[in-house]
Design a protein. Structure first.
Lengths: 283, 293, 423
């Protein structure tokens, strides 16, 4: 990157202006919601409903106290962590194995199988509430964390297989051929070659998975009923009652539930991704 | 031709297949079968043939919704993906603060949709919305309106707020873009190619697989789009922003399982056809690649 | 090798951890106590939550070792209703639950052995606790498969400060007076009415429509088909309420937060909602609270009507087990015991289908007292639109209303669009 020594052409200058305009426009559009959300969570409901873009006249810190206390957030937080971590692990492991078999081996139904699984991406999941309730209650895992974990892991198979398969497709098959000559078994090809090389894809898919679990509401509501198996998103709805919604306490609860995902995202995703991409790129 | 590793392949596929059959094949079978019945979830199912389907295609609201879903799919696939890809290309060249940008762009995907919808409702509001205030400040008070309560602007308003959330797809594309070796770009630089030429001739061809993957996903998300519309307008005003997911949800609420599941089936069939068409178009343009993406 | 080990450990943890938690949670006490699970919306921010929880605790104490009711919190009503629908379609009914009595939910009655029938029990002295007519309203073909509980009354809320500022002396008695008052209110810089076409049911405007229909068509108006001229005329008046700045600019597409927000902010003069909103006005907008006068909507062929409807019924899943049924009935009787209902009513401001007496000198909220007077003074009480139609028709009401308000449909087309949705 020694652009300083070169003379700047018109194209370069235009590119530079365009680039920063583009970066800053999107930055604005993404940062505004977060700022707005945070500020709003310190207002009274009256201020929120009547002047949604002003600063609070008195900062309402009690919204946060209320959010933590009333929604029972600590317990729900633990449940959300268990569900999100377990689901991500289960889903990524299962999907990676499946994607590996489909993408690295040739057999008769290769393509057909992939397309059938991909079609799952299209399905409006809300249409499946009745059958999912039946499955989960038949398995005897209604109102339990395993019920949620299994359902979430299954629902996201199409997207995970799709993403991981896409990333696996870019690994040269020659690497594996060489490994087979060296005496690598089928399983070792997966664990030693493809799995490590697909890490960016796995981490990306895993991140999506984690965030999905963290933010999912409909099935958390449908498949659990007692506090011992409920997740954070249900805690947020504690501020929405039949006739009256406590918007600002709800926003406080949203901010609280959002923080862990942001932290997980920044530390896990970015670390892993940068670690991998900076080191191991070969021609 | 039988693959000699078939036992291992089967072993590796088994978990996926078991979950897929339980959570997709069986439920979809249920959806398809009930879509040919009149069923309220309580009494007996009565076979009604194609009545649900004919009824839907005869219904103007449903046709509007289907059209809106197609618009959603096209906008996400052909506007949002290029925007996301453009950002990935910029960030891949590591401008100052690129790591921070990469993280920040993704954050809207972490915020609950409920909060985002509340904000956009406040932005578009006709009485105290910030968009109208801006227009008035800029001396364009003639343009102020009830953005989400207007037949012409409601649908574009709902779509536009979504376009800016490129983080999800950008992350995928960027992860792939970072895998391209720098040596290609260095070689092109020496050959005197400018940035645009480099992106055009190196990045785009090499990212083709992931671009089609993300585009397919975006189309699928457009076809089954539901959440932000439901939270912002619930399909209104006068069905102007309605999508199939909203009608499906409303029918579920009214215990019209037959009609709800017919909508679900149509959604899957139309979506599948759209995606198959797109993938076929791309694969036709490129006969040298037999890649499935 | 390391990767493999990591995967193995990961897999073990994944499968073992939730399994253990589940196993630990799954151990039941195994004694003879009957445990009834009650997924309910009366939790969290709901004004009835604290008193309902206290009553359940008291019940559990009273029947310790015999019966136990466990509240399962489901504060979000739409999600609660959705879950209930899915559960019932999958053939699983909760021990105890609540529902909105409307034609969609009443179809639960059709299911064989789905809901418990209380008709035999209610025929005795228990039935005497209820306001006359309410049990009949929960009975279909001789079966009372739910217990009437909360009722809603939705009179018009008038902000008298605005009315006086605009020079309007009294609550408009006719629609001519109403629109004359609206002109003065606009001239004074206020919004005459709060309206909304959004949300699942266009709540505020749906209630305006019900009031107008009652004034034009009288007590039996819902017996007429929706295409009847009386509804077309009601639609015309509602259309006028949306025209010429008679409501806020954000009314089309607005939700309950929009309609209520303008009233709370002291911007709109006339608003409709139930007694549950009293607490919000009192805490958020004390000036508006002090200025509010509760009254009927303007009259036409009929005057002095109020809108009232069953809001929530209590129900239970069918059971063969006589002991379980006994437990359910004991709980239902407990919840509908006049003094218990009175406790909930006093703490929350809600109104009920159960009669209770208020001793002289007991302090009632001034708006709540106005509500009770408005109901007592009513020449007749009609249900609202929502009570008479299935939920998809109610949803179509808001969509059709937006179309009419935007000038894209005539009142005739408006009622026709609704009629087309009726099965």
């Amino acid at each position: 990157m020694s652009s300083l020594t070169k003379e700047l052409t018109l194209v370069d200058i235009l590119a530079k202006i365009g680039k920063w305009f583009y970066i800053l426009l999107f930055l604005f559009m993404t940062v505004v919601p977060i700022i707005w959300l945070t500020i709003s969570s310190f207002k009274t409901n009256f201020e929120f409903e009547t002047q949604p873009f002003s600063l609070p006249s008195v900062w309402q810190f009690q919204n946060y106290a209320k959010a933590i206390q009333m929604g029972g957030l600590p317990r729900l937080f633990l449940n959300s962590v268990i569900v999100a971590v377990s689901t991500t692990g289960l889903n990524i492991l299962v999907s990676a194995m499946g994607a590996f078999a489909i993408s690295r081996e040739k057999f008769r139904f290769n393509e057909a199988l992939l397309n059938v699984i991909l079609a799952g991406v299209l399905i409006p999941i809300i249409a499946l509430m009745v059958p999912y309730f039946k499955i989960v209650s038949t398995l005897g895992i209604y109102d339990s964390l395993p019920g949620l974990i299994l359902t979430y892991a299954a629902i996201n198979i199409p997207i995970s297989v799709f993403l991981i398969h896409g990333f696996m497709g870019s690994i040269p098959i020659e690497l594996e051929e060489a490994a087979v000559i060296d005496g690598c078994s089928f399983a070792q090809r997966f664990t030693k070659i493809v799995f490590p090389l697909t890490k960016p894809g796995l981490v990306t898919a895993g991140t999506f998975m984690f965030i999905y679990c963290w933010n999912e509401f409909t099935y958390a509501m449908l498949l659990t009923s007692s506090e011992s198996s409920r997740t954070l998103q249900l805690g947020i709805r504690f501020f929405k009652s039949q006739f009256v919604t406590d918007y600002t306490s709800m926003l406080a609860a949203i901010v609280i539930t959002m923080l862990p995902t942001i932290i997980v995202y920044i530390f896990l995703h970015d670390r892993i991704i940068s670690g991998m991409t900076s080191g191991a790129v070969k021609g | 031709m039988r693959n000699k590793n078939w036992k291992q392949i089967l072993l590796f596929l088994a978990p996926v297949l078991v979950l897929f059959v339980a959570y997709f094949v069986y439920p979809l079978g249920f959806v398809f079968v009930t879509s040919f019945t009149d069923w309220n979830g309580i009494g007996a199912m009565e076979f009604s043939g194609l009545d649900n389907y004919l009824g839907l295609f005869g219904d103007e609201t449903f046709r509007t919704s289907l059209g809106n879903n197609i618009t959603w799919a096209l906008v996400l696939g052909f506007v949002q993906i290029p925007l996301a890809a453009g950002m990935a290309m910029i960030l891949a060249r590591k401008p100052k603060g690129w790591k921070m940008f990469r993280t920040v762009y993704f954050l809207p995907n972490v915020i609950s949709q409920v909060a985002l919808a509340m904000m956009w409702l406040a932005i578009y509001n006709a009485e105290h919305g910030i968009l109208n205030s801006f227009l008035e400040l800029a001396g364009m008070s003639g343009l102020t309106r009830n953005w989400l309560g207007n037949m012409t602007t409601a649908f574009p308003a709902v779509i536009i707020q979504q376009i800016f959330y490129i983080g999800y797809f950008m992350i995928v594309i960027l992860a792939s873009r970072m895998g391209i070796s720098e040596s290609y770009y260095e070689a092109a630089e020496i050959d005197g190619a400018n940035i645009f030429q480099q992106e055009r001739h190196i990045t785009i061809p090499m990212l083709k697989g992931i671009l089609i993957t993300t585009m397919t996903l975006a189309l699928a998300y457009g076809m089954r789009h539901f959440e932000s519309t439901y939270l912002m307008t619930n399909g209104g005003p006068a069905h102007a922003t309605s999508v199939m997911g909203i009608l499906l949800y409303r029918n579920l609420g009214a215990l019209n399982y037959g009609e709800a599941n017919a909508i679900g089936s149509i959604l899957i069939i139309f979506g599948g056809a759209t995606i198959a068409l797109i993938r076929w178009l791309f694969s036709r343009n490129d006969n040298t690649s037999d890649s499935v993406q | 090798m390391r990767t493999k080990r990591i995967i193995l450990i990961l897999a073990l943890v994944l499968f073992a951890l939730p399994g253990m938690i589940w196993a630990a949670g799954g151990q039941e006490t195994g004694d003879q106590e009957i445990v009834l699970k009650w997924p309910t919306i009366w939790v969290g921010e709901d004004s009835k939550a604290a008193t309902v929880a206290a009553l359940v605790d008291e019940f559990n104490e009273m029947y310790a070792g015999k019966y136990q009711v466990v509240i399962e919190a489901n504060p979000d009503y739409d999600a609660y209703r959705n879950k209930l629908n899915s559960q019932i379609a999958a053939g699983v009914v909760p021990d105890l639950f609540v529902f909105n009595p409307d034609p969609t939910s009443f179809s639960f009655y059709e299911g064989k052995d789905l809901l418990m029938d209380f008709s035999a029990e209610l025929a005795g002295d228990w039935g005497d606790n209820f306001v006359s007519g309410s049990i009949e309203g929960a009975t279909i073909k001789g079966e009372t498969k739910s217990v009437p509980f909360e009722v809603g009354y939705t009179p018009v809320w008038y902000n008298m400060d605005i009315m006086e500022a605009a020079g309007v002396k009294s609550i408009p008695a006719t629609y001519d007076e109403f629109f004359a008052a609206a002109e003065k209110i606009k001239a004074a810089g206020f919004i005459p009415t709060s309206q909304m076409t959004g949300g699942t049911n266009a709540w505020t405007s749906m209630l305006w429509f019900s009031h107008i229909a009652a004034s034009l068509g009288g007590p039996k108006v819902w017996d007429k088909p929706i295409t009847d001229p009386v509804f077309v005329q009601a639609a015309e008046i509602l259309q006028m309420m949306y025209a010429d700045g008679n409501t806020s600019k954000d009314a089309v597409g607005g939700d309950a937060g929009v309609a209520g927000g303008h009233f709370l902010a002291g911007r709109s003069a006339m608003f409709i909602n139930g007694p549950w909103y009293i607490g919000r006005v009192r805490s958020d907008a004390p000036d508006v609270y002090a200025a509010t006068k509760i009254g009927p909507a303007p009259g036409a062929a009929f005057s002095g009507a109020q809108i009232g409807f069953p809001q929530t019924n209590l129900a239970a899943g069918y059971t063969d087990d006589p002991r379980k049924k006994e437990a359910v009935v004991a709980f239902m009787r407990w919840m509908t015991k006049p003094e218990n209902v009175k406790a909930i009513a006093f703490d929350s401001g809600a109104m009920f289908a159960v009669k209770y007496s208020v001793a002289a000198g007991e302090k009632v909220d001034q708006l709540q007292a106005q509500f009770m007077n408005a109901v007592n003074d009513a020449s007749f009480v009609n249900s609202h639109f929502q009570f008479n139609f299935t939920t998809d028709v109610v949803a179509e009401f808001g969509q059709a209303l937006a179309k009419m308000a935007l000038g894209r449909a005539t009142p005739e087309e408006f009622v026709q669009q609704i009629a087309d949705k009726i099965r």
